[in-house]
Design a protein around this ligand. Structure first.
Ligand code: DQA
Length: 141
């Protein structure tokens, strides 16, 4: 299985940013854990703070990868373009969030991508990514 993890804006600051919400680990460290836990998965990781670059990445892999786990960060709540890109590609996407967005500000309660995703996992810390991967594995059986 070829699986891409995409992180959107400010997620490059994990481990430094608002640690009480997002935890102490960098994504690079967590990514290594995922790679060793799932040795059979062919992983790629991509992060950008730029909306158009995230859309370009979805287009680039969206017809040849098996699975995408995407945390679009704040663009989740604002980007019609990312939602449309997910609708336009073939690869299924699971939306993930580290924090429980529904327990936070009201503007975080809306997702403009959710309707085009397989499902959403939020509020499980970095484990949200692992749960999404497990779901993709169970769908592929
Ligand atoms: C986030 C939640 C978003 O509302 C926020 O803008 C982020 C991170 C999360 O993983 O909890 O940047 O997607």
């Amino acid at each position: 299985m070829k699986l891409l993890i995409i992180n959107g804006p400010n997620l490059n600051l994990l481990g430094k940013r608002e640690k009480s919400i997002y935890g102490e680990s960098t994504f690079e460290d967590y990514f290594k854990t995922l790679q060793s836990e799932f040795p059979k998965i062919e992983f790629e990781y991509y992060q950008s703070n730029v909306e158009g670059e995230l859309i370009n990445k979805l287009h680039e892999v969206g017809f040849n990868y098996n699975a995408i786990v995407m945390n679009a960060g704040a663009y989740t709540h604002t980007s019609i373009g990312i939602g449309d890109a997910i609708a336009g590609i073939e690869t299924p996407v699971i939306e993930v969030h580290i924090s429980n967005v529904y327990a936070r500000e009201e503007y975080r309660h809306q997702s403009l991508m959710a309707k085009n995703c397989v499902g959403i996992i939020a509020g499980m810390g970095l484990n949200s990514y692992k749960l999404a991967i497990l779901q993709f594995l169970s769908l592929s059986k």
